[in-house]
Design a protein around this ligand. Structure first.
Ligand code: AVJ
Length: 330
């Protein structure tokens, strides 16, 4: 089930891969001249995942609820638009709450196999627990990077089985422009004609509304952002003082993206033992921790067209501009 060859260190019995990779990525982002940055995938340790769950119920952050509303309202239509027999593969399993809506609608029409694909073993176990007991659904997860897991899921299915890939919650927004297209192209390369991709994308909306979603007054998003430094302290022996950094969210109108940064409140030094890093921060210098790109219905359709999908249908939430697009491999 483990796709990424997670090897065990003989001496300590711990996985070398994950920790070494984290140290490597931290060095790449912080240990070089120029803008410091960290990959946003490292937000999601146990603390970060819990904080993201909290973000998703904040009144200012409507994204997750909009995603869920569309799936609830249109699950039957979505299910009707894809033909059986069906294998569903989900990139990132999340809490399983949204997926359940789709799986229930699908399983009402046909027995359905579900493959959650996750790098987090804990999240994968949770998805399996939550969804395994649904009638007509059999669950088999892959602990792997998205494309590795998808390749395995695609290879496992029978000749006559259609594949429906779920990529929900606007996770695609974390890719840079062009990288999102490249990623869709890689997905497309693993699919057969008429396979589907259900893609969730947050839409461009008034700037003040977007800024509030990423800088909520209760400070939950600030905690989520700062936890990345806490995680480096815990797992890589860092000595970041989280109080010396301020959470910041800005919107770039040209790039149509929210940027999250951590801004040093004063000039100081930081050591990260297990990454072998001695860092200097100038007062006001930032670590860029996340980009969250926003889309339009047209930009999603253009991206689909450019990556050999046709846009079968798009649904938009009425309360919070967010789109679900059903793309079909052409
Ligand atoms: C899970 C990537 C969709 O970009 O809105 C929430 C993550 N970051 N608040 C997003 C996030 C700050 C979220 N995604």
């Amino acid at each position: 089930m483990k796709a990424a060859a997670a090897q065990l260190d003989r001496r300590t019995g711990t996985e070398i891969d994950a920790g070494a990779q984290f140290a490597h990525d931290v060095r790449a982002g912080l240990g070089q001249p120029g803008q410091k940055w960290l990959p946003c995938k490292y937000f999601y340790d146990a603390v970060g995942s819990a904080l993201f769950e909290a973000i998703s119920v904040l009144p200012e952050y409507g994204l997750t609820r909009a995603d869920e509303r569309i799936l609830r309202r249109h699950a039957a239509e979505i299910a009707a638009a894809v033909s059986p027999p069906l294998v569903v593969a989900e990139l990132g399993s999340g809490s399983g709450r949204k997926t359940r809506l789709i799986l229930e609608a699908l399983a009402r029409r046909q027995p359905t196999t579900y493959h959650p694909i996750e790098i987090s073993a804990a999240a994968l176990a949770q998805a399996e627990r939550e969804l395994n007991h649904l009638d007509g659904v059999s669950v088999r997860g892959f602990e792997a990077e998205y494309l590795d897991g998808l390749a395995q899921a695609a290879a496992k299915r029978a000749r006559n089985q259609r594949l429906l890939v779920l990529f929900l919650g606007s996770s695609i927004g974390n890719f840079n422009r062009n990288e999102d297209c490249q990623f869709l192209m890689r997905i497309r390369a693993l699919l057969r004609t008429e396979d589907g991709l259900l893609l969730g994308t947050d839409l461009v909306k008034p700037v003040s509304q977007m800024l509030r979603a990423y800088d909520d007054p209760a400070g939950v998003t600030a905690a989520f952002n700062l936890n990345l430094l806490g995680r480096i302290n815990r797992e890589l022996g860092g000595n970041f003082d989280l109080h010396r950094f301020a959470h910041e969210a800005t919107y770039d109108e040209v790039e149509q993206r929210i940027e999250m940064h951590l801004r040093a409140r004063d000039t100081h030094e930081v050591r990260i033992e297990k990454a072998g890093l001695d860092l200097h921060f100038d007062r006001g210098e930032t670590i860029w921790t996340e980009s969250s790109y926003k889309y339009t219905l047209v930009s999603v359709a253009q991206m689909a067209e450019a990556t050999a999908f046709r846009t079968e249908r798009q649904w938009v939430d009425e309360e919070w501009p967010f789109a679900e697009s059903l793309l079909v491999a052409s």
